[in-house]
Ligand binder design. Structure first.
Ligand code: BTN
Length: 252
């Protein structure tokens, strides 16, 4: 704990009794976790009240605001085959289930954007360390108490919990609730695999049967989504060919 010199420390409040470290300001919680891999343990959570250079997927920036957005990274160190894709997917489902408790009907834009209607409420950035301790860094940005004036800066259109329910909520309670959902989903993923989530996954996904554009490494093409495979990958028809897609950016 001393090594991390955080602002506040909550013992056993992370995943699987990991710790929760709260910082007043960090450049990015994912970058911080990457720079402190040897001080962290499985289940530890790094929470920054303010991020100054939040990272989004595909080199984008992630805009967040102190006391309005939740920005945190969970340090995951479980050697599970295929965990990469599935971890970000269960993280998205855990959030949809939590939002349901707040009577917000969310959906998932494959692979892991959480939307309300067509507006993004959360983004997930999963990074892996290719050298020991070979951990995964699961970074989430959730628009919790963001007001219109702040959401206005975000493209594509975004929303927040506060905007949906017209009520401000406690960031620390929301984070605590999220951690318990994710903890139980991670246990289920480890014990039963992604197939245990398939029904839930299909119910939250907004892509089944749709024609979408997918960008894979700068190349955009139009494909039709035929089904989700049990490992969470997307089966599509590309022209006349059936293909399986594990990564890429989807445009509806
Ligand atoms: C996306 O592009 O949709 C992913 C956004 C992920 C943002 C979160 S905020 C906490 C963590 N730290 C970062 O720098 N990024 C992720």
């Amino acid at each position: 704990m001393e090594n991390l010199s955080c602002h506040r420390f909550f013992k056993h409040r992370g995943i699987d009794k990991g710790h929760l470290y709260q910082f007043q300001e960090l450049e990015s919680t994912n970058v911080f976790a990457r720079d402190h891999v040897f001080d962290l343990h499985h289940g530890d959570v790094i929470w920054a009240i303010q991020q100054t250079q939040g990272k989004g997927r595909q080199g984008r920036i992630w805009i967040s605001h102190a006391h309005q957005s939740l920005t945190f990274t969970i340090f995951i160190q479980k050697p599970i085959e295929g965990l990469w894709l599935n971890l970000s997917q269960i993280a998205a489902m855990a959030l949809c289930d939590l939002l349901k408790q707040y009577e917000i009907k969310a959906n998932i834009k494959w692979p892991n954007d959480v939307l309300v209607g067509r507006k993004k409420i959360s983004g997930i950035l999963l990074e892996s360390l290719s050298t020991p301790p070979n951990a995964l860094l699961l970074g989430l940005g959730i628009n919790v108490n963001c007001d219109d004036s702040l959401l206005y800066d975000i493209k594509p259109p975004a929303t927040s919990v506060k905007k949906e329910i017209h009520m401000e909520i406690s960031l620390s309670n929301f984070l605590g609730q999220y951690i318990s959902y994710l903890e139980s989903y991670l246990d289920l993923l480890i014990s039963h695999g992604f197939s245990a989530f398939r029904e839930k996954w299909e119910s939250y996904s907004n892509l089944l049967g749709k024609e979408i554009q997918i960008d894979q490494g700068g190349k955009k093409k139009t494909v039709q989504v035929t089904r989700f495979l049990s490992d969470g990958a997307l089966e599509v028809i590309d022209g006349k060919e059936k293909k399986v897609i594990y990564s890429g950016e989807v445009f509806l």
